[in-house]
Design a protein around this ligand. Structure first.
Ligand SMILES: *[C@@H]1O[C@H](CO)[C@@H](O)[C@H](O)[C@H]1NC(C)=O
Ligand SMILES: *[C@@H]1O[C@H](CO)[C@@H](O)[C@H](O)[C@H]1NC(C)=O
Ligand SMILES: *[C@@H]1O[C@H](CO)[C@@H](O)[C@H](O)[C@H]1NC(C)=O
Ligand SMILES: *[C@@H]1O[C@H](CO)[C@@H](O)[C@H](O)[C@H]1NC(C)=O
Ligand SMILES: *[C@@H]1O[C@H](CO)[C@@H](O)[C@H](O)[C@H]1NC(C)=O
Length: 346
């Protein structure tokens, strides 16, 4: 036993000191949103990553304006791709980097297969360490915008600030007191909150006919977000073998935990997760909408044709020369960040 040999009085003193420290730490702060550790992240390993890794800037050349408060995150697997679209990654690179460059956002490209979780968990769960890493690598970023690979940004002129990150944007797009569909469709029996304090929103996701889809969502740097990521990658969830693993894990947390709902803004589907016309599971992209998500497209034979159709409908934009050059000379950062290469464990 650890306690053997310690005088009882000393043990008691230790307990009091620890309890007092805990009390001060947890109750003497102004709000949930204020990080316990100020702007510092909770453990020394994350601190080491910060020291070791220079913020990985891929979009700071030729900036029209510098914001840096958003980091876009795209993760892809070396081998996987959508069937029949050979240049998918290059198209996505061009599209997202042009957007990031236009609005002054950072962009992190991650090789999702190079993240290995301790117990060999399936690769979709790697989304969580990728997000954790993004918060560490981009200490200036207030928001992380996760985008699955199969998304085209259609409206380049609409910044995330105007679209959803400002209180006006949140108000315009929020689904308030509306029914939520169960994962995969059908009634869930639960609803989005009636009221929400926009300053307290740490997570933003579309709610649609299919339920909520973690292919496109935003997360704000906060203590809440650190907790959420930690709890999301839960062995009990992983062992469920859900059909939509990390998606259903998210939905589970949203459904059963008021503290998750209280800090989550559900948007209408088309704000963040409009589908192409051939997808029967939800609202379809309309001209002017921000982006289009080809969810589940990889296995659909109509996918390449539909992808190209929407690709041609995207807002006409000029790709900066340095991006064209990088694509041409093979230095585009697609799948650039590889966990394990120069990175200590988080
Ligand atoms: C991604 O990571 C895997 C596993 O480490 C590796 O085999 C693959 O070559 C990487 N892909 C790229 C494009 O670097
Ligand atoms: C959620 O918000 C409501 C309304 O502001 C509040 O009454 C409740 O205590 C909050 N619950 C949690 C778990 O934060
Ligand atoms: C982008 O969105 C804005 C705001 O909704 C709208 O005014 C504009 O017409 C859209 N542009 C395109 C090219 O869709
Ligand atoms: C797109 O913009 C470029 C440059 O402004 C112009 O030359 C081209 O005709 C435009 N294409 C379309 C389809 O509007
Ligand atoms: C590739 O192009 C980029 C952008 O112009 C440039 O910064 C980089 O030095 C080039 N690299 C090589 C190996 O040519």
């Amino acid at each position: 036993m650890l306690n053997e040999g310690f005088p009882a009085r000393f043990r008691l003193a230790c307990i009091i000191v620890v309890a007092l420290f805990g009390y001060i730490l947890f109750f003497h702060r102004e709000s949930l949103n204020q990080p316990l550790w100020g702007s510092e992240l909770p453990n020394s390993a994350t601190q080491r990553v910060r020291e070791k890794c220079k913020p990985y800037s891929s979009s700071t050349e030729n900036l029209q304006q510098k914001d840096g408060s958003v980091v876009m995150v795209t993760a892809s697997a070396g081998t996987a791709g959508m069937q029949g679209i050979p240049d998918l990654k290059e198209m996505v690179y061009e599209n997202r980097m042009t957007y990031a460059n236009k609005w002054g956002y950072e962009h992190m490209w991650a090789n999702i297969t190079s993240y290995s979780l301790p117990n060999g968990e399936p690769v979709y769960w790697n989304k969580i360490p990728v997000l954790q890493e993004a918060f560490v690598r981009y200490p200036e970023a207030e928001w992380i915008w996760w985008l699955d690979l199969d998304i085209i940004i259609m409206n380049m002129s609409l910044s995330l600030g105007d679209h959803v990150l400002s209180p006006e944007g949140m108000a315009r797009n929020a689904a308030v007191d509306e029914t939520i569909k169960a994962p995969g469709g059908g009634p869930s029996g639960w609803r989005t909150p009636k009221t929400l304090d926009y300053d307290e929103v740490n997570f933003m996701i579309a709610s649609g006919n299919w339920g909520m889809n973690v292919g496109n969502f935003l997360m704000r740097r906060s203590e809440w977000s650190d907790w959420l990521l930690d709890l999301w990658i839960e062995p009990l969830y992983i062992n469920q073998n859900w059909i939509f693993p990390e998606n259903d894990g998210w939905t589970h947390m949203y459904r059963h935990h008021p503290i998750v709902r209280n800090h989550t803004l559900c948007t209408h589907q088309r704000a963040l997760n409009a589908y192409p016309e051939f997808n029967p599971n939800g609202a379809h992209w309309q001209p002017g909408d921000h982006s289009v998500h080809f969810a589940g497209c990889g296995t659909h034979k109509r996918c390449p044709g539909e992808w190209n159709k929407y690709w041609n409908l995207r807002e006409n934009y000029t790709v900066p020369d340095f991006l064209k050059q990088k694509l041409k000379n093979g230095t585009a950062e697609i799948e650039n960040i590889q966990r394990g290469v120069g990175l200590p464990e988080l």
